[in-house]
Design a protein around this ligand. Sequence first.
Ligand code: NDP
Ligand code: GDR
Length: 338
Amino acid sequence: MLKKAIITGINGQDGAYLANFLLSKNYKVYGFYRRNSSNDFWRLKYFDILNKVTVIDLDITEQLEVHYYLNKIKPDEIYNLAAQSFVQSSFNNPYQTTIINSLAVLFFLETIKTLKLDTSFYQASTSEMFGNINSTKQNEKSGFNPRSPYGVSKLYSHNMCLNYREAFNMDTYSGILFNHESPLRGYEFVTRKITNFLASYYTNRNDKLHLGNLYAKRDWGFAGEYVEVMWEMINKKKDFDYVVGTGRTTTIKKFIEFCLNYLEINYQWTGEGVKEKCIDKKTGKAFIEISKEHYRPTEVNYLKADITKLKKDLKWEPKIKVQELAVMMMKSDLLRNK
Ligand code: NDP
Ligand code: GDR
């Protein structure tokens, strides 16, 4: 019999990669998505899999509907990827962020428990739960000090999954994933904002990109690889939580430079703080500037994964390095702009 998996947030970046991966493993895939006026399943179409998955219009905060579909489908695995996932927006919408990222997760756990389903549950946890801690690398034993409503909301769910595992012997897992990007990344996240802008700047040499803090450091990996770990965790059943990252960290400024070097745009940085600019040596004009509005009220300055446990237990480590990732995203956005 085919294994049945539900992916919540199937319309997101990870949802599309994971759906594609599970189909390749012969799963029957159900995807919960939230209808909005503009979604056209572009990511599922990218893989040409829209007609291979069963998509269900279901906001995960609708408790009764979640109960109905879990009871109907009785999935072997649930991958809970749906979230208000934009950190910046969580400062403006803390309540909605909490309802979706925290309480909806509790409803899922309660539903699995009360229906006595034989279902493994994967929760999409995040390096944002670490926030600012004084360590050069973060692993499963590091403390948590979230710096945004998003980080706080995800920490609640992480802890709740652990509690249901311990209290009710439920098969829950938490993947503490560091930033992962791809050509399917949402346009609001900084890597995609940069590659999308530079792809059009490359041909037009006009317009300006406005960014916030260029000096935060992130451990960026490739989403297409990271979704494999979600499946490995649920299927190898070694431990509850794994940190997933590359073990390297890079500033936003460096990510921009990887892209500019690939495009062979000659540039020079000038100024400091909000006056910092990137000048195009060919035109003599600034094409990247700082805007205060993109600064966060509280920032996570530094993240770098320690994946020792992942390598040991699951024999898994990422292959794609940040520079290759920048080039991959640049190439894809250049093609789309042609
Ligand atoms: P995306 O934002 O691309 O995808 C999240 C999806 O969840 C969107 O399609 C969104 O729908 C959907 N969603 C939001 N609210 C609801 C709701 N109430 N009901 C149903 N669907 C909803 O995120 P990613 O794919 O990048 O990330 C996947 C998960 O992993 C998220 O939980 C994120 O927080 C977490 N994560 C991501 C990391 C990353 O670097 N990408 C790192 C660590 C964790 P809509 O399109 O309508 O907004
Ligand atoms: P992050 O990703 O907050 O780490 O969360 P994002 O790409 O939004 O920000 C990364 C860093 O870049 C700085 N930054 C800017 N960010 C955005 N979006 N726009 C800007 O203009 C800008 N300028 C500078 C930010 O301040 C930050 O330091 C992502 C999401 O996918 C989460 O869902 C996930 O949990 C974490 O990664 C791990």
